[in-house]
Write a protein that binds this ligand. Structure first.
Ligand SMILES: Cc1cc2nc3c(=O)[nH]c(=O)nc-3n(C[C@H](O)[C@H](O)[C@H](O)COP(=O)(O)O)c2cc1C
Length: 185
């Protein structure tokens, strides 16, 4: 697939199943992630690759985090969080490992990690897999970082749910370029 084709046809898929990418394909996706723009070469990227029993661990981490964030979380909501990781056979947690830098604010380091995430979605799409980027309650807070064993400097910026596409994909919306672009000349 040409780069432009991959960019124009990428489509999020919420229904995902086996098979997942091979080790080799995963490595390609990570290498693509590591080509994200990165001001001052800080390398803020960190990824947690979760499959199999790891999904059970993530499910436990979601429940503990939800209880910490709100001890009164209703049981039906906790059930929803418990099952959330099983919506895909592979989850890659996007973690920004940021540090103070005189020229590069933390937000830029998080944006670089987001760019790495998009590179991975595109790489998986190119290799014939589907995915969807999710955030929700279990991103951008210290509670989930602690549950995932992350350092003080590390923050979860999202989750890539990855797998083979199960069923039909949605129609890609047609957007007018001019609605989004201002031209100065
Ligand atoms: C930072 C970020 C966080 C997102 N979080 C969620 C989420 O928690 N749940 C969800 O259903 N979609 C979430 N989305 C949206 C989907 O990833 C996806 O973009 C959306 O379903 C539209 O599909 P498309 O990417 O094919 O246009 C998020 C997207 C981004 C960029």
């Amino acid at each position: 697939m040409k780069t432009i084709d991959a960019l124009l046809t990428r489509n999020s898929s919420p229904k995902l199943t086996n098979p997942i990418p091979t080790e080799e394909q995963l490595d390609i996706a990570y290498q693509c992630a590591l080509r994200a723009p990165d001001h001052a070469w800080i390398r803020p990227w960190k990824f947690i690759q979760i499959t199999g029993k790891g999904l059970d661990k993530l499910s436990d981490a979601f429940i503990s985090t939800a209880k910490k964030l709100d001890p009164n979380t209703k049981p039906e909501i906790l059930e929803k969080y418990k099952s959330a990781p099983f919506r895909a056979p592979l989850i890659i947690v996007l973690v920004a490992n940021t540090k103070e830098h005189p020229k590069v604010p933390i937000i830029e380091q998080q944006l670089s990690t987001a760019a790495a995430g998009q590179n991975m979605l595109l790489a998986f799409h190119d290799m014939g897999f589907g995915g969807i980027w999710r955030t929700g309650k279990f991103s951008f807070n210290r509670e989930i970082s602690v549950e995932l064993g992350l350092k003080e400097s590390e923050i979860v910026i999202g989750y890539l749910y990855i797998g083979s596409i199960d069923g039909k994909t949605k129609k890609i919306p047609e957007l007018e370029t001019e609605d989004f672009v201002t031209i100065w000349k």
